[in-house]
Design a protein around this ligand. Structure first.
Ligand code: SAM
Length: 214
């Protein structure tokens, strides 16, 4: 992933945002040492943003599409009230094994429930409403995840979609690959959808923040 914001500015923003918990830091460091694409996890600044959104929405039920080693799921769990829950979807057993180990150690880990298997299949089995839905898995399914999320979203809920700037590749025409094309189509669809209002926030790799209109 290419950095769209300079490392100095990102570090400054991190230092002036709520700090990462000790367990999130340990998980991030292990992920960096052991996983092939460690930049997949959102990291401290976006993690702080996810926590802030959870609190602003007053979320009790969070759905995450794409857990990896569990960094963002832990951020949600830390920000939720004691009776809050995170359902998180993942397809990769190796990543899930790391996540399970950290969730077992975390005081808020009992709020997180992992659903293994293709996320679209899992989403078909779930019943809403969810207060916050975070989409961060395979990009070619982003539009499908968005459509199903609208069915599962609480009336005042928020959908967050990660990597919508895709290292700046979204500016390229024609799109260089399937993932870029899928993200471009998602961004066009959300911007033109009269059922929602949205803002594309330029934190890290771009986050689309979406709520229902009216
Ligand atoms: C970008 S990572 C998620 C990072 C995580 N949200 C974090 O910040 O800590 C995307 C994850 O989605 C998972 N994934 C990809 N396709 C999937 C699918 N069809 N269903 C469920 N998970 C999927 C991948 O295995 C990967 O671990």
């Amino acid at each position: 992933m290419e950095k769209l914001v300079s490392s100095e500015i990102e570090a400054y923003a991190e230092r002036h945002s709520m700090s990462e918990s000790a367990i999130c830091r340990a998980l991030r460091e292990e992920t960096q040492r052991t996983v092939e694409y460690p930049q997949m996890v959102v990291g401290p600044l976006e993690g702080a943003f996810l926590k802030m959104m959870t609190q602003l929405v007053g979320a009790k039920r969070v759905l995450e599409i794409g857990m990896s080693t569990g960094y963002s799921a832990l951020c949600f769990a830390e920000a939720l009230p004691d009776d809050g829950t995170v359902i998180t979807c993942e397809i990769n057993e190796q990543s899930a094994a790391v996540a399970r180990r950290y969730f077992a150690q975390a005081s808020c880990g009992n709020k997180i429930s992992i659903r293994m298997g293709p996320a679209l299949d899992t989403m078909r089995t779930l019943t809403g409403p969810f207060d916050l839905i975070f989409i961060d898995a395979d990009k070619t399914n982003y539009l499908n995840y968005y459509r199903r999320s609208l069915d599962l979203l609480a009336p005042d809920g928020v959908i967050l979609i990660d990597n919508v700037l895709w290292s700046g590749e979204v500016l390229k025409q024609p799109p260089p690959d399937e993932s870029t094309a899928a993200i471009q189509e998602l961004n066009r669809t959300v911007a033109a959808d009269p059922r929602v209002s949205s803002v594309l926030v330029t934190i890290r790799d771009g986050i689309l923040v979406i709520r229902r209109t009216g």
